[in-house]
Design a binder for this molecule. Structure first.
Ligand SMILES: O=P(O)(O)OC[C@H]1O[C@H](O[C@H]2O[C@H](CO)[C@@H](O)[C@H](O)[C@H]2O)[C@H](O)[C@@H](O)[C@@H]1O
Length: 246
């Protein structure tokens, strides 16, 4: 189902804080998580926005902060990784990690064996497990079934979230909305209005947080029901919109 959402008209000034999802929002999806790359143009766009907003810019992503750094190097950004299990509140700070890492490596191995190595890609992210079925879409129902079954055996609270061409298993406390609220509680974000751009189911929680805070929620590719109030057609339109904010 598609939704017709207006393109946001806002021009970001010092009263705004900008939160950005990465995959599907700033970067087009690729066959494999490691197959994406960041252009110099995107790096300098983010640097320019960060400068304009006096540092009130953070990426809020399902990737780990280490993976974000590797992608954007040498640029370092304020970031929440693993859906908010990790925070780096200043670009050069250490990464704060929430909770003790639970070992779900054994589960990852079992799922990989069941789905067939080389077909689905099992991304091991510490407490978060992503099963990517972009290269083998027929495996998505079985992958989803396997992670849902695992919920019964995992020691702590976990939930299953639909990914983009895949499925992820993550702790209950991992939520983009909470990550955005964390940033909004500190300088230079405090007192500003949040804007969040995302493209996926896990971003919906971020949209709700931003709506509650009187901000602007923008769904990229709004082809599914969404709580976002505005829409942008795809990555190209998103980058053009961001360039227009400089
Ligand atoms: O919150 P995001 O920044 O959107 O990150 C969500 C997940 O993105 C990555 O997976 C997705 O992008 C890959 C590259 O385009 C694609 O191959 C995969 O099918 C997508 O699901 C990343 O690998 C995950 O860890 C993130 O959780």
């Amino acid at each position: 189902m598609s939704q017709t959402l207006q393109k946001p008209q806002t021009v970001l000034t010092g009263e705004w804080a900008l939160f950005l999802d990465i995959d599907g929002t700033l970067l087009e999806h690729a066959e494999h998580p490691d197959a994406v790359s960041v252009s110099d143009e995107l790096r300098s766009l983010l640097q320019g926005l960060d400068h304009k907003l006096n540092g009130a810019l953070a990426v809020i992503t399902g990737r780990s902060v280490a993976a974000v750094d590797q992608l954007f190097q040498p640029l370092k950004l304020r970031a929440a990784g693993l859906y908010g299990l990790e925070h780096r509140l200043l670009p050069d700070d250490d990464v704060e990690v929430a909770g003790e890492p639970a070992d779900i490596a054994a589960l990852a191995d079992e799922i990989e064996a069941e789905l067939g190595r080389g077909q689905a890609y099992i991304e091991r992210k510490g407490r978060v497990l992503a099963i990517h079925t972009r290269a083998a879409p027929h495996l998505l129902p079985r992958a989803t079934q396997l992670v849902e079954q695992a919920l019964a055996t995992l020691p702590k609270g976990y939930r299953v979230v639909a990914g983009n061409a895949g499925v992820e298993l993550l702790p209950l406390e991992a939520a983009k909305g909470a990550a955005i609220r964390r940033f909004m509680g500190i300088a230079p974000f405090t007192g500003r209005r949040p804007v969040f751009l995302g493209d996926d189911t896990p971003d919906e929680n971020g949209f709700e947080a931003v709506n509650d805070a009187g901000g602007i929620s923008i769904r990229v590719k709004p082809f599914a029901p969404t709580t976002a109030r505005y829409g942008l057609a795809g990555v190209a339109e998103t980058l053009a919109w961001l360039r227009g904010q400089l």
